[in-house]
Design a protein around this ligand. Structure first.
Ligand code: CAA
Length: 268
């Protein structure tokens, strides 16, 4: 494992995310260190816009979404909504931005360390492959501030870890440590703290060497498993599988296997 750096300078003081590319990997780092990357509407809008930009960029195959070593994100910005009425929250419709993020077609690798709480946990769960440091503390502590998860926590956490653990986490507000999150299937891999970012990047590059259309279709099909009955999901998967046989990448991938060489995928 190598240790890549997390240091990147924002171009303006307003930049709540930091963006860079590394070959065919697009990288987004949440950038509100003073408030542990609390997710305010401006940050979420910048994030949605950048994910959409990466989705449209043919040179990007995989996206990495990272927080800092201390916090992936400590939740929605509490100060931003503390005095809002129900009607104001309804009119704001701040979760519409989350719907845009959910529509990202390219795979997102989350680089998680420290706190992933409330909206931070919900954002993490919107990612596809989740690389967590051994210092991660993951939870939905909204109950401690008189509310409940609002960006998918009651649904996605329950689907990931099952009812008993989800109830424990959501109703007591306790944090899961990295080992518990891994055992519960909430994160994909746990790595030592100093490697959480470099490992996420390494895995993103590993994925980026696969056929990009197959990556997107495979993501879409896995997500269907959360949305549909088994028979419908199987039908959906089969159609996408057949559709891949109209791509050059499928021919290249299978021929390369037969010819005992590495495939050269072109995203066509
Ligand atoms: N919103 C706004 N500011 C936050 C924040 C949040 N979610 N989480 C942390 N901060 C701020 C703190 O207010 C503090 O700011 P100041 O230095 O100006 O006081 C700074 O970040 C550092 O935090 P702490 O001093 O509290 O650091 P700590 O190490 O003692 O504790 C913590 C860390 C356990 C994460 C604690 O900050 C905490 O409990 N945060 C709130 C977690 C939470 O309740 N998240 C859910 C939010 S609601 C939500 O997300 C709804 C939804 O479903 C979308």
């Amino acid at each position: 494992m190598t240790t890549a750096t997390l240091e990147t300078k924002p171009m303006t003081a307003e930049q709540l995310i930091l963006v860079e590319t590394d070959g065919s990997v697009g990288i987004i780092k949440l950038n509100r260190p003073k408030v542990l990357n609390a997710l305010n509407p401006e940050l979420m809008t910048q994030l949605a816009e950048q994910l959409e930009a990466f989705d449209k960029d043919d040179s990007i195959y995989v996206i990495v979404l990272a927080g800092s070593e201390r916090a992936f994100a400590a939740g929605a910005d509490i100060g931003d909504m503390a005095e809002c009425s129900s009607l104001e929250m309804y009119k704001r419709d701040q979760f519409a931005t989350w719907d845009r993020i959910k529509r990202t077609k390219k795979p997102i690798v989350a680089a998680v360390s420290g706190y992933a709480l409330g909206g931070g946990c919900e954002l993490m769960m919107l990612c596809d492959v989740i690389i967590a440091s051994d210092t991660s503390q993951i939870g939905q502590p909204e109950i401690n501030i008189g509310v409940m998860p609002g960006a998918g926590g009651t649904q996605r956490l329950t689907r990931a870890v099952g009812k008993a653990t989800a109830m424990d986490v959501i109703l007591t507000g306790r944090f899961l440590n990295a080992a518990e999150a891994l055992a519960g299937g909430l994160v994909s891999r746990v790595v030592p703290r100093e490697h959480f970012y470099s490992e996420a990047l390494r895995i993103a590059h590993e994925m980026a060497r696969k056929g990009p259309i197959a990556l997107r279709f495979a993501k879409e099909s896995v997500l269907k498993a959360h949305e549909t009955a088994l028979s419908e999901g199987l039908e959906y998967e089969r159609k996408l599988f057949y559709a891949l046989f109209s791509t050059e990448d499928q021919k290249e991938g299978m021929r390369a296997f037969m010819e005992k060489r590495k495939p050269d995928f072109k995203g066509k």
